[in-house]
Design a protein around this ligand. Structure first.
Ligand code: ZN
Length: 177
């Protein structure tokens, strides 16, 4: 026999008191399942705290730390949260109109975020490249050198791939294949 949903029924997330999914509880559950499989029951909460402690010790502006803390606790004023608080009548992302605007959607899933996420790719590549430089050449690029290299890579990619697009946007006739 199937379930019959009435109008006032709603799906709830079992792992939060309010029944709403959060990245924090989702991460907690993922760690709990993993730890259970690894025989390390009870370690998941400390994993979450460890991640947060490492973020808090980062040498970045306090407003960035607070922002990250709010992200991890899913308390940014994204449309989904505003919807639950009855501030807005629609939780759907105002940029892509494809899904509810959760923190995860706004910062990762939304197509509108993909351009910024390219930088994340460059950062990861630079971290890995820095490790290899240290391993194979005996010196490690400092943060400024890594940042400069990242900018050069991004600019090089842009020049090679986006010139024709820019010429169209500028209204010029330059077309580079
Ligand atoms: Zn979106």
């Amino acid at each position: 026999m199937g379930y019959v949903l009435r109008n006032d029924d709603r799906l709830v997330w079992h792992y939060e008191k309010k029944g709403c999914y959060t990245v924090r509880s989702g991460y907690w559950l993922a760690c709990a399942i993993r730890d259970r499989e690894d025989g390390e029951v009870g370690a998941s909460n400390s994993n979450f705290e460890n991640i947060w402690l490492r973020l808090w010790r980062m040498q970045v502006a306090n407003k960035v730390k607070v922002f990250l803390w709010r992200c991890m606790h899913e308390i940014l004023p994204c449309r989904q949260n505003l919807f639950f608080k009855r501030v807005v009548s629609n939780p759907i992302c105002f940029q892509c109109h494809e899904a509810p605007e959760t923190v995860l959607h706004a910062l990762w899933d939304c197509p509108a975020a993909h351009e910024e996420l390219r930088h994340f790719g460059y950062i990861c590549w630079n971290v890995w490249n820095g490790r290899n430089t240290q391993l194979f050449q005996g010196w490690k690029p400092n943060a400024f050198q890594s940042y400069q290299h990242m900018q050069e890579m991004a600019e090089e990619f842009y020049q090679a791939n986006c010139t024709s697009l820019r010429s169209i946007q500028d209204g010029s006739n330059l077309v580079v294949n």
